[in-house]
Write a protein that binds this ligand. Sequence first.
Ligand code: TYD
Length: 218
Amino acid sequence: MGLFITFEGPEGSGKTTQIEKTGDYLRRKNISFIITEEPGGTKLGDELRKLLLNKSSLKIAGKSELLLFAAARAQHVEETIMPALDDGKVVLCDRYSDATVAYQGFGRGLEIDEVRWINNFSSQFLQPDLTLFFDLPVDVGLKRAMIRISRIAGSSVEDRFEREDLQFHVRVREGYLALIKSEPERFRVIDALKDIPEVHREVCRYLDESIIRLRAKG
Ligand code: TYD
């Protein structure tokens, strides 16, 4: 069948918890799936992830950052996502191209058209069938993310973006909202302030809708 679903949202929106619960739901329905993430999902992607997220002391210019995310995506699409879709699996992906527009375009202030061009190049124009956006106020999300980070010690802490100032994260959320406005049919917005089971029910509803739509297409 092949269905490509991405999970997006500001920091601390709970999408990682939701992606795991979605996997449990698909398993119960006997639908084959993979869970993957960006940056990551391949050996190269995992190495780039460490460079991009762990080392808050490493100097990375905005354009370099964009190209490193793009390199991770190119590998991810070719090595992991496309083969899984070709096998008829549901691909649940924690962040994808929309994050690049929101973080590197709106957050860092890189030219949006250039970011889009790089996204298309690195993803071979592969677009998600459905994107779930877990929305919550930026300050609430950052507080949640900081609590999570403070519980993790050592060099594996992935905090490079959480440590950006509030204004950066406000621009990121505005970027996402602009994307949603321009492609309302692809996105579903979920209020991430609701409790975990309620959010999960909403995710399952949207997922079921997509599966039904896909089956109807044949
Ligand atoms: P993620 O693993 O989702 O972190 P979290 O669970 O803390 O939200 O995403 C990693 C970080 O990378 C996140 O801060 C957003 C950032 N990012 C970009 O800046 N550009 C991108 O293209 C992607 C995929 C992620």
